[in-house]
Design a protein around this ligand. Structure first.
Ligand code: NAD
Ligand code: 44H
Length: 384
């Protein structure tokens, strides 16, 4: 039987990618540092996915097991796997890279064949980033082997999967919508047959379309909602004041995406409509603190907030609402989130202006910089 390793037995790992792989006939080994989750997977060997949408249903996922990602068994698992996927968070890829490299070396020694690795993270070029990290841990022979036998394919991954309270810690609650688009030319040893995996040779367009529309709108909904004292995404997007920033922000990034990648403007407007409907889903409880998590990552220069501003700038297009969204992110003050605490600490210690320039790359007194400073002041009136 084919074997898949899914690094990260969290929401998207169990709620989407692991499930697709299991349904495609793979035995799925979830690799995680969460011992309780791993023990439970090995004991129950199955879990349930609750589709929480207008039409509800329950899907049972079988043929799964668990393995500690920081133990020793994982090396043998990698040596004999057909596909490796990850959903651990972009900042964690560097921690799993040495393990993947050891597994590739073991595979080489054992004379193993082709393997594909796909990092399913909200980040442009996540797999290429993982590949760079893995290469630093490989011997020269390991690098040559990987070059011949290991495909590192980027992807775009889309399904809203917030934390869920089920009968077992393994159960997940998901929206019905899902989209996984994988960069076909990078795959090695033929294309794996996985229902629900779409293939493209133009991945950057699809990753940016998703990250700069859904995740842009999601993050701005979370940050403005948080400022207004709202708890969930659906509450926030139903608030007219929040929607009045989020919708035009998605339209601004949309105009830039249409210019950049040649998407059909009418189709893109429908894509935005669908995303807004997904945010309004009343059957899932998605807290603004999950969607707003790690604000420094989200403010990164290729990420969902600054990324579309740069793209709009490239085509000399409007970006005022995106800039308001950036200002809202700088207001995100949640002591339970280490990156929020770091951001607020920096603003206190260094002053707001220097932090804006440093984090966003907007030059002091540039148009975008000045608009963020003004919006930051204006948004103070929303604070609950
Ligand atoms: N949840 C969603 O709606 C969603 C949708 C699309 C993409 N994503 C992306 O998927 C990734 C994971 O998000 P999530 O919501 O599933 O997060 P999550 O916190 O639910 O899951 C992350 C998992 O990674 C595990 N982990 C942490 N360090 C690890 C390590 N060193 N080795 C192995 N496992 C480790 C954690 O224990 C956890 O189980 C992120 O990049 C996120 O942007 C999430
Ligand atoms: O996972 P993050 O922190 O990059 O972003 C939070 C949410 O926007 C994200 O998880 C979405 O739910 C997901 O990208 C939907 O496909």
């Amino acid at each position: 039987m084919k074997k898949a390793i899914q690094f990260g037995a969290g929401n998207i790992g169990r709620g989407f990618i692991g499930a697709l792989l299991s349904n495609a006939g793979y035995h799925v080994v979830f690799a995680d540092i969460n011992e309780q989750m791993i023990n439970e997977l090995n004991e129950k060997k199955s879990y349930q996915i609750h589709i929480l949408d207008l039409e509800k249903s329950v899907e049972t996922i079988t043929n799964v097991s668990g393995c500690l990602s920081n133990g020793t068994d994982i090396i043998d698992e990698i040596a004999s796997a057909d596909i490796i996927t990850t959903a651990v968070g972009p900042n964690v890829l560097k921690f799993i890279a040495p393990t993947i490299a050891q597994g590739i070396e073991a595979r080489r020694t054992a004379g193993g064949g082709s393997l594909n690795i796909i990092a399913c993270e909200n980040m442009v070029g996540a797999t290429s980033h993982l590949q760079e990290q893995v290469l630093t841990h490989l011997s020269e022979e390991g690098k040559a082997y990987a070059d011949q036998n290991v495909g590192f394919a980027n992807c775009s991954v889309d399904r809203i999967v917030p934390p869920f309270q089920g009968d077992s810690i393994l159960d997940v609650g998901v929206e019905a919508f899902h989209e996984w688009i994988v960069e076909e030319p990078k795959l090695k040893g033929g294309t794996p047959e996985i229902d629900g995996m779409k293939l493209t040779d133009n991945l950057v367009a699809y990753v940016q379309r998703k990250l700069f529309t859904l995740n842009t709108g999601h993050a701005i909904t979370a940050y403005i909602g948080f400022l207004k004292g709202l708890e969930t995404i659906d509450q926030s997007i139903q608030d007219e004041g929040v929607r009045a920033i989020v919708r035009p922000a998605m339209e601004e990034s949309g105009a830039a995406l249409v210019q950049k990648h040649g998407f059909d403007a009418g189709e893109h407007a429908k894509y935005i409509d669908k995303i807004e409907t997904r945010f309004k889903n009343p059957y899932i409880r998605d807290e603004v603190i999950r969607v707003g998590r790690e604000p420094l990552r989200k403010l990164g220069q290729a990420d969902r907030l600054v990324g579309p501003v740069k793209m709009a700038t490239e085509f000399d297009l409007g970006r005022d609402h995106l800039l308001k969204g950036i200002a809202a992110a700088f207001h995100y003050d949640n002591t339970a989130d280490p990156q929020s605490a770091e951001l607020q600490g920096r603003i206190q210690a260094e002053g707001f202006g220097p932090v804006v320039s440093d984090v966003t790359g907007f030059a002091k007194d540039s148009e975008d910089y000045n608009k963020v400073i003004t919006a930051y002041e204006e948004l103070k009136s929303l604070k609950s």
